[in-house]
Design a protein around this ligand. Structure first.
Ligand code: NPW
Ligand code: K
Length: 528
């Protein structure tokens, strides 16, 4: 499913209204209808008591449609409007007029200081069964303050079931960040398409279970090629050649490891094998190979001479390059160390390697000081930074990156002409031509040493078993996250190690083969 920005949903609204004549009243009616379907499924409506908090924009207008429908169905409804209703315009104004004619109590809270009415509101909240949050939607333009902030606080401390309309009020529709404070909902129904703010943390978590209604937008609008962001739904994996041998499932060279990092090369090269890859070759410092071999002797080892600090020495360059020429893909960087000589080696290898190249960890740090090497590469390049490494690449602070992840990863992929995997909760995968995928598998237990190294192996394996390089990256991310989810299902999220993620990879690939489609529809529920 596509995911849109606030500007894109506004454009969809405009096109629906102006080009198809689907007037605002119809869209708002459908939005209200969708919300009532969620309530019917999740909480029941008849004889239930609802408190509806409405803002003064169209999100509030949706709340007023819901008030009318719930009343009609037999619910007891109380509406609070958080500003002067004369400000309503268009369809929201129409719906305000209708609700004013109904025997539905409406209370306007338009004084900047709502302390005097707080007890009354609290009483209503205490007596209701369900709260509808229709305060702010995509029109949130600044931090919440004053009575808005107080109401959000009251909603969050109410211990009642909460349905947020379009997006939890206080969450930025583009970034998912909290502006001031934000509602914590049990369910959210979003309209047209999910907004990026619905899908990124903390907005995603605050929204609870996410429903989407296309509110009768024509398919051409919500499937438009101009919308570049999507959920990372799994692609079908090519059937495994029953007549194949290890060379049929990819032959990948990992250039990884140093005197201080024995785990990184192991998790990368072994992650490849555990995700279905064929030939895993590992160029690592000579002295650490026996330790890695003790953990995974299925890897083919290519011992390298070492620097004084135990990292791969520069003098290996030509021999490594000769190795890369015979491989389908190269992974460079896990645990390489930041030794100057080895960084120089990483840069010069990146210049010369003429097969798809995935650069991770210390490899990224080595290249960050000379990004033109990446820009000039002709064969595909994949970078898998965590926010700290993304900071080295972009020169922005982690805080700046976290505040606008989609835009920054999109711009960087275009600028570097590379596929970028920005790791984190809901990892992003961005392609040079502008596409971005939001990955929904994975969990907080996976923030553990070695996890990112396993990911490099999973991506390489997807390429090895026959996906094209673009799909390999997003499927590698999907499988890696799924493997972590399976580990969490078994052991809980606390204490998952990279080894656990590794161990569940075969099962994750099996599940993706057998139930890929089912897995992808788990996070967002489509309704009318
Ligand atoms: N368009 C359509 O066809 C459809 C749209 N739909 C619905 O419309 C929603 C978008 O509606 P919207 O654009 O009216 O914005 P919305 O979020 O209701 O709020 C804007 C108001 O809030 C105010 N405001 C902002 N921040 C504030 C703050 N911190 N503190 C205080 N005030 C603040 C802002 O004031 P201003 O910034 O102008 O001063 C303005 O008055 C969308 O989410 C969906 O639910 C559906 O019905 C389907 C059809
Ligand atoms: K809302």
């Amino acid at each position: 499913m596509k995911i849109c920005s606030v500007a894109e949903i506004r454009e969809m609204d405009r096109a629906a209204i102006e080009e198809f004549g689907i007037i605002e009243e119809i869209l708002m009616e459908n939005a209200g209808q969708g919300a009532c379907s969620v309530l019917l499924e999740q909480t029941g409506i008849k004889d239930k008591k609802f408190c509806i908090f409405c803002g003064i924009g169209n999100n509030g207008g949706d709340g007023l449609v819901i008030a009318r429908k719930l009343h009609s169905y037999g619910a007891e409804v109380k509406v609070f409007i958080l500003s002067d209703p004369v400000k309503y315009k268009g369809a929201a104004k129409t719906n305000y007029k209708i609700v004013s004619q109904l025997p539905v109590p409406v209370e306007v809270i338009d004084s900047p200081d709502m302390l005097q009415s707080k007890t009354g509101i609290k009483n209503h909240i205490n007596c209701c069964d369900i709260i509808i949050d229709a305060v702010f939607g995509t029109g949130l333009s600044r931090n919440t303050e004053g009575r808005y902030k107080d109401i959000i606080e009251l909603i969050n401390t109410s211990q009642k079931k909460v349905l947020s309309i379009d997006i939890p009020s206080g969450v930025n529709g583009d970034t998912g960040r909290i502006m001031g404070n934000a509602v914590r909902a049990d369910f959210t129904i979003t309209f047209g398409l999910p907004k990026t703010g619905n899908m990124l943390y903390p907005g995603y978590e605050l929204g609870g279970k996410l429903y989407v209604s296309h509110i009768s937008f024509p398919r051409s609008l919500y499937k438009s090629e101009t919308i570049k962001t999507s959920v990372n739904t799994p692609v079908s994996l090519p059937p495994r050649n029953s007549n194949g041998h290890k060379g049929s499932f990819g032959d990948v060279l990992f250039i990884a490891g140093s005197g201080s990092y024995y785990g990184a090369p192991y998790f990368s090269a072994c992650g490849f094998l555990k995700s279905g890859g064929g030939y895993s070759r590992l160029a690592s410092p000579r002295s650490i190979i026996p330790f890695i071999a003790a953990r995974c002797s299925e890897i083919v080892f290519i011992p390298q001479s070492e620097t004084v600090s135990g990292s791969i020495a520069y003098e290996n360059k030509n021999a490594i390059l000769a190795q890369t020429q015979k491989r389908n893909m190269v992974v460079l960087g896990p645990g390489l160390s930041l030794e100057k000589e080895t960084r120089q080696l990483a840069q010069e290898l990146t210049e010369k390697i003429d097969v798809p190249l995935l650069i991770d960890g210390d490899g990224i740090t080595a290249l960050s000081s000379n990004l033109s090497i990446i820009q000039k590469r002709i064969p595909p390049t994949i970078l898998t930074p965590h926010p700290g490494e993304m900071s080295s690449i972009t020169g922005m602070s982690v805080k700046e990156i976290e505040a606008d992840r989609i835009k920054i990863v999109q711009d960087t992929a275009e600028k570097l002409n590379a596929i970028i995997v920005l790791k984190g909760a809901h990892t992003l995968i961005a392609y040079p031509e502008g596409r971005v995928y939001i990955n929904m598998t994975g969990n907080s237990g996976m923030g553990t040493p070695g996890s990112g190294d396993v990911l490099t192996g999973a991506v390489a394996a997807m390429f090895g078993i026959g996906l094209n390089i673009e799909d390999s990256v997003r499927m590698g991310v999907f499988i890696h996250g799924l493997s972590g989810d399976l580990a969490a299902e078994q052991y809980g999220k606390d204490g998952i190690t990279a080894q656990d993620i590794l161990d569940f990879l075969p099962l994750a690939v099996k599940k993706a083969r057998e139930k890929g489609h089912e897995l992808s529809s788990k996070t967002i529920r489509s309704i009318f």
